[in-house]
Design a protein around this ligand. Structure first.
Ligand code: CTP
Length: 412
């Protein structure tokens, strides 16, 4: 097995993933899964069952992974293939997993390449069921899935949604490729420091109403906070993401609490904080709200140009100081344009933070509305880390590495 990389695209870079594909109509989604895992840097060995070959062709997977694709036909030529695949694997994921495959796996059968790999591996296994809803809900399938979980396999899905043509809606739909890739990431990077920890992340902008149709907002996309929530969930934490309105799809895994105004965000934080081990305030909280919100739409008729009076919003991060559990690791963000280090230190002390992440407002490709960021991380012990321009996902990993150091030695 290879260890988790420390560089780009954690936790997938350089990791061996066996992707088992069985014969369901959702097998087409496995092509996207193989591609996405490869793009993330994983070395993907695809194993197709005889049933899968009825739905998808090895060539599609070969072209996308750049690696050989295996099926029953390979086993006679290489009798130790299953041992090699099983030994090299950092993770085995079966997507889609049919009722038939789940039954065979639960019975410990070793009647094809995929089931032999499963028995021979000591890597984590993720099973993603996909089938007709009545087959999924059948007591035997449920018992077989429970058996797989009993021996330590993880399962993800199925989702409730439209099934095969003419079958309507029900539980049985394969999770979406990005959800399965996120679940793979959690199995590849979960570690003891994070498992069972509660992490609270705020993200996105806040919106302060002017009248029922207008608001004051800001340009925050939510991406940095979403990347942090996704990365903390991958490490095994129980994550709640409190998010202002964002057009970016929320990450799979964290629980989501949607808010609009700073007051709503403050309430949500205050409610959840007492149980939190980590608080990350990545939201771009509006500092001001409208003093008198109009109850009806403000009209322009008669040349009316409204004067809007603002009132201060609460500083959420500051307001959490008396509410924080004693061991809670607290991370704040700052965006400065001058005397950056000095202002960052002031905020670190004033808001009583463990880490302060300084966004360089003058840097191209950093801050709001972009997928990359360049930050400097200040810690309460005086440490300063100047990071290069990185994707927000990589920045999130760097931040969580430092949170992890602070979590070591505190009770989970
Ligand atoms: N923050 C907050 N509540 C606010 C404003 C900010 O909790 N009303 C949090 C942000 O989520 C961030 C940190 O405080 O983690 C720093 O926010 P920033 O706007 O940079 O700093 P301010 O303290 O508002 O100071 P200033 O605007 O004067 O720079």
């Amino acid at each position: 097995m290879t260890s988790g990389g420390t560089g780009a695209m954690r936790p997938f870079a350089g990791r061996h993933v066996v992707l088992g594909v069985t014969g369901g109509i959702a097998a087409y989604k496995a092509i996207q899964i193989a591609r996405d895992l490869t793009v993330e840097g994983a070395l993907v060995d695809v194993v197709l069952t005889a049933g899968a070959l009825e739905f998808v062709q090895p060539l599609s997977f070969e072209a996308l992974t750049g690696r050989s694709v295996y099926s029953r036909a390979h086993a006679p030529a290489d009798p130790l293939l299953h041992i090699r695949l099983a030994r090299d694997a950092d993770l085995v994921v079966v997507a889609p997993a049919t009722a038939d495959f789940i039954a065979r796996a639960a019975a410990g059968m070793a009647d094809d390449l995929l089931t032999t790999v499963l028995l021979a591996t000591r890597a984590p296994v993720l099973v993603c069921p996909a089938m007709n809803d009545r087959m999924y809900l059948h007591a035997l399938t449920q018992a077989n899935l429970a058996r797989l979980e009993q021996v330590g396999y993880a399962t993800a899905g199925p989702a409730v949604g439209p099934l095969a043509w003419g079958e309507g809606e029900g539980p049985g739909r394969l999770l979406e490729p990005e959800e399965i890739v996120a679940s793979c990431g959690r199995l590849l990077s979960a570690n003891d420091t994070w498992s069972g920890r509660r992490v609270l992340v705020t993200a996105g902008p806040t919106r302060e109403p002017i009248d029922p149709v207008r608001f004051i907002g800001n340009r925050s996309s939510g991406r940095m906070g979403y990347a942090l929530a996704a990365a903390a969930w991958r490490r095994g934490a129980q994550v709640t993401l409190i998010s202002g309105p964002s057009a970016v799809p929320p990450p799979f895994g964290p629980e989501r609490v949607s808010v609009e105004t700073a007051d709503q965000m403050r309430h949500a934080v205050a409610e959840l904080l007492p149980a939190a081990d980590v608080l990350v305030m990545a939201a771009a909280v509006g500092d001001f709200k409208v003093a008198d919100v109009a109850s009806q739409k403000i009209k322009k008729s008669g040349g009316n140009v409204p004067q809007i009076t603002l009132a201060p919003n609460p500083d959420i991060l500051r307001s959490t100081r008396p509410l924080r559990p004693p061991q809670c690791v607290v991370v704040g963000f700052a965006l400065e344009t001058e005397n950056m280090a000095e202002h960052a230190r002031e905020k670190l002390l004033g808001k009583e933070l463990d880490l302060l992440i300084l966004n360089d407002a003058g840097e191209n490709g950093a801050g709001f509305e972009v997928t990359t960021n360049r930050v400097t991380i200040f810690d309460r012990d005086g440490g300063v880390a100047d990071l290069p321009l990185l994707s927000k996902g990589e920045v999130a990993e760097e931040i969580l590495d430092r949170v992890e150091l602070r979590l070591h030695g505190t009770a989970g």
